[in-house]
Structure formats: structure tokens, C-alpha cells
Design a protein around this ligand. Structure first.
Ligand code: NI
Length: 399
């Protein structure tokens, strides 16, 4: 007698996933009502831990104070597939008026990580039920702190969660894509999100006597304009790059030229060489402008997450999984996005693919951008995400 292959199991597991959808929504609503900021996900991690502890056959661990890892080892040896979800919320006050809105003023799941966590709980539930028929291991990574540098992924990798992993997958619910669609990008998919800060120190004085001052606001304005010239004149126009100044803080009164001005912002790139050049180019330009006007500048540049680069062969394979599971119309061509994600930390250790699962619904008014106080998801996306992960995980276990 030959045992069924793992892919033979997929149709029945997808049916299980479908019947689990109301539970996944319930988990998501609980998490949505009780959001926690990055590195503070204590109750969230406890909730995840307790939910997983009720399932058969999972080995649970807590690599960091607010993360949870569950290992499901099948009856026979085989490949090891890691699946990751992030769990943190954002310092945003929710403006939605839903029954499940945030109960914490100023804290909100405004990026869908509540959904990611719930989908992964669903995957663990579905697969734990068929442990005896599985070969290999599925590792469920419930990660803390995706939203706040230095991020949680790197510390989990350091703690060994990727040891022995053959492939890693993850997903992001995506409100700008209609529910029912799944987007996969082969190769570079999400940018490296670096940050910079700059304090320009001039000499303050009376607003009516500018010649007795060194005006850091006028100098700062030139710096803001000139920085864009790096993108438009020094970067290959076919190479994606963003430089945004997002803070310009200076002054206290209409008739006072302040002593200093503070600027900060972000640089987004994919190319490693371009990324490596950016700090020096920016500092040279800012210093030149400041020195030209007799001002002083302190410039710092911090590297953020690495870019998310999806393994091309694995992406193609998963595109096949999506087509077979949902039909070809579900697969949506997607361009790389300039947002960042610390899923990239896992991809340093094994080939990985980060998918986008549509969660928007124009007809139902679910259109707000991620990180917006009115962000929400169409909860039908949770079942789509779960079915995708079930089919993908089983396919990859097969080898
Ligand atoms: Ni996010």
C-alpha cells in the first residue's frame, strides 16, 4: 500500500481551511480589539501561545519575550518549511466605527498584522490535524515588532528559528488590491527602508536683521530641494529610488530666526551598490550647502531592513500553486513596492517568497491605505490567505 502524497491531501485541507474561516475572523477581531505596539506584544504573544497550546503535536517556544514559534514535526522526516506572520500594531488612533475596533486609544492594527497572525493560527490548526500523515516539519513563526527598527525578524534569526529551514514563506494583506486576488513579485519586491537625520546649526537672531544671523531655515530649504537632485541627477533613471524629507522642525516665533533646524526622512532603494553610495552623496551635498552659508551640520544615516527579494524559481512555483488552488484569474501582476519589510531577514537564510493578498473592497468602502486611521480589511481575505498558505506549505513540503 502506498501512502498518499502530501499534495493529494490538499483538497481536503482546503475544505478544512474553509470551514475554519469564521474562527480565523474571530481571532482577528480579538487581536484587532487588543492591539499592542512593537516589542510590547505581551498579551498578543500569550494569546497566540495559548491558542497553539490547545492544538495537538506542536512544540512551542518563546525565542524572545513577545514572539512565539511553533514546530510541527510530521511522522516521517522530510523538508522544513517556515511560515512567518508579524503581530505588532501601530501608534495610530483608530477612526473606524466597527464593533471590533481598537479598545486602546492611540494604538491600532492599521497594517493588517492582526490578520496575518490569525491566518497563521489557522494554518497551524489545519496542519496539526493531519500531523500523522505529514513528512518533514512546518515551523510557524509569530514575529514581534515588524513596524519598528531594528525589527523582530533579525533577533529571531539570531535565535535560530531558521536553522534547518529549506524554504520560508509569508504574506501581507494588501488593501490596495481587491479581495480575492493574490500578487506575487519575482525578484526585488520591497525596498530597503533607510532613515536619515540632519541638524543644521546656524546663528539665531532677530527676523528683521537676517544679515546678523545664519538662517538654518533658509539653508534647510535649499537642502530639501537639493536632495531631490541626487535622485533626479545622480541615480540611473531606470533604478528605483526614493528620498523623502518627512520632518523639518525649526523655530518658535514669527519674528525670531532660530539657531537650528532639524530634518529627517527616509531613503528607499533596491540596488545594494546604490544604497551603499547614498549616505556619502547626501552628506557631501548637505555639508557643501551648510558650509557655503557658514552653518554647521550633523548628519546621520541608519540602514534599515534589507530589501525583500523573492526567489525567482520559488515564486514561479507558488504562482502555479495559486493558479491551481484558486484559478488563474486570481494571480495579479504586481510591481515592486517601495515599502520595507523585515521578512528579508529570513530570506538571508533560505529562499523565500513574500506574497500580497488582496484585502480591499471598493464597493464596501474598504479602501483606506495601510497605516491610515481608517484602515480595515475585507475579512474574506483571511480565508484566501489561509487557503494560499495551506496549499503552498503542502506543495513545498513535497519538495
Ligand atoms: Ni505591515
Amino acid at each position: 500500500m502506498t501512502s498518499p502524497t502530501r499534495t493529494d491531501l490538499i483538497p481536503s485541507l482546503l475544505a478544512t481551511a474553509e470551514s475554519l474561516a469564521p474562527q480565523v475572523i474571530a481571532w482577528r477581531r480579538h487581536l484587532h480589539q487588543h492591539p499592542e505596539l512593537s516589542f510590547e506584544e505581551h498579551a498578543t504573544a500569550q494569546y497566540v501561545y495559548e491558542t497553539l497550546a490547545a492544538l495537538p503535536g506542536l512544540a512551542l517556544s518563546r525565542p524572545t519575550p513577545t514572539s512565539v514559534v511553533a514546530r510541527l514535526r510530521g511522522a516521517r522526516s522530510g523538508r522544513t518549511i517556515a511560515v512567518r506572520a508579524d503581530m505588532d500594531a501601530l501608534p495610530i488612533h483608530e477612526e473606524n466605527d466597527t464593533p471590533y475596533r481598537s479598545t486602546k486609544p492611540g494604538v491600532m492594527h492599521a497594517c493588517g498584522h492582526d490578520g496575518h497572525t490569525s491566518i497563521l493560527l489557522g494554518l497551524a490548526t489545519v496542519l496539526a490535524g493531519v500531523r500523522d500523515t505529514l513528512a518533514g516539519e512546518v515551523r510557524f513563526i509569530f514575529q514581534h515588532a515588524e513596524e519598528l527598527s531594528p525589527g523582530g525578524a533579525e533577533s529571531l534569526v539570531d535565535a535560530g528559528v531558521m536553522d534547518g529551514v529549506d524554504e520560508v514563506i509569508g504574506l501581507h494583506l494588501w488593501s490596495s488590491m481587491p479581495v480575492g486576488h493574490i500578487g506575487l513579485v519575482a525578484g526585488p519586491a520591497m525596498a530597503a527602508p533607510d532613515t536619515f537625520q540632519c541638524t543644521i546649526t546656524g546663528r539665531g537672531g532677530h527676523a528683521a536683521l537676517p544679515h546678523d544671523t545664519i538662517d538654518p531655515i533658509a539653508i534647510g530649504a535649499q537642502v530639501v530641494s537639493a536632495l531631490q537632485q541626487i535622485i533626479s541627477r545622480q541615480v540611473d533613471p531606470l533604478e528605483p529610488a526614493v528620498l523623502s524629507v518627512t520632518q523639518f522642525i525649526a523655530g518658535t516665533a514669527f519674528n525670531v530666526i532660530p539657531n537650528s533646524a532639524y530634518l529627517s526622512g527616509t531613503v528607499r532603494t533596491f540596488d545594494a551598490a546604490l544604497r551603499a553610495h547614498m549616505p556619502r552623496r547626501m552628506e557631501r551635498l548637505i555639508r557643501g550647502i551648510c558650509e557655503g552659508f557658514g552653518a554647521h551640520c550633523d548628519f546621520t544615516y541608519e540602514l534599515g531592513y534589507r530589501p525583500v527579494v523573492n526567489d525567482a524559481a520559488l515564486t514561479e512555483r507558488l504562482a502555479g500553486v495559486v493558479s491551481r488552488t484558486f484559478g488563474e484569474h486570481v494571480l495579479t501582476p504586481l510591481r515592486p513596492v517601495m515599502g520595507g519589510e523585515d521578512f528579508s531577514a529570513y530570506q538571508q537564510r533560505a529562499p523565500g517568497v513574500f506574497a500580497f493578498v488582496g484585502a480591499g473592497n471598493v464597493a464596501r468602502g474598504i479602501t483606506a491605505a495601510h497605516h491610515h486611521p481608517r484602515f480595515d480589511i475585507d475579512e474574506a481575505s483571511l480565508e484566501v490567505g489561509l487557503r494560499y498558505l495551506v496549499a503552498a506549505t503542502m506543495e513545498l513540503l513535497e519538495g
